[in-house]
Ligand binder design. Sequence first.
Ligand code: LMR
Length: 339
Amino acid sequence: MTLLNTCTDLNSLKKMLKFTALATLFSASFSVFAEPVEIKFSHVVAENTPKGQMALKFKELVEQRLPGEYQVNVFPNSQLFGDNNELSALLLNDVQFVAPSLSKFERYTKKLQIFDLPFLFKDMDAVNRFQQSESGQNLLNSMKRKGIVGLGYLHNGMKQFSASSPLVLPTDANGKKFRIMASDVLAAQFQAVDAIPVKKPFSEVFTLLQTRAIDGQENTWSNIYSKKFYEVQSHITESNHGVLDYMVVTSNTFWKSLPGDKRKVIKAALDEAVAYGNDIAAAKVDKDKQAIIDSNRSEITYLTPEQRAAWVSAMKPVWAQFEDKIGKDLIDAAVASNK
Ligand code: LMR
């Protein structure tokens, strides 16, 4: 009886060992052949821009730190999604990261309209101070209820006006058509100088300018250079009248689906990539501006203090138009960041 029992135990032990060995082998070979999880990062600009470079750095860091587990595929130049659909694609989890300019979130929050108020920030240091302040950091959560999580700000720079004729005084913009991003504040900004704002996606701007379907646009030195707008705009005014920065966002669904430890690594990689992109943004202001000057394709207008003051007084009334939606406290906090 005892001998029989011992034999049965031995047999089942053997079976168990066999099963465990097989299971280990199976799971090892499974993890060898398992595909890494794909993370898509889509954006609308060229690769030689702060955002383009930031996205590539993010890919490099995530794949270096989570090898074989995650693969980041970056789609630049509106290849995958453009201005009209990148945020809805994010909410459908068709893409996991996008970084639209702060002007493009209007459908999801009115609070971010603050960044479009003309002549609000005196320079990029002031923009940065505001973004890093408590009010600025709170804005990262302003779309949470809509399912969008703000992970950080990325700089591009101050915007300049460009057109097919010189823009020295606000009256020079009268009756001219300007492409704008989909923002009511930007529309009001151009209406304030009796110009005609036309909301169009970034991917269409070059052709619209080239065919003279529109007269001008506003953008950073980096975007004017990398998308060759300077080749089809005879004049650029160094106005520094507004800011074009980004919010890197993901969807609540995707973010929550990540295991906590992986989410931490991915967020740290993103923070580092953003810091890298910000350095590039700072360097590009002078570099891309100089490249445009050297090309001799576009004449640059440098405003005198009096000329600039005329633009300020024409456009600043826009603030009052949006004060209720944005909130006076927020506007005051932004103004305070100029000190
Ligand atoms: C634009 O549409 O002009 C910009 O938002 C493009 C960009 O992402 O820099």
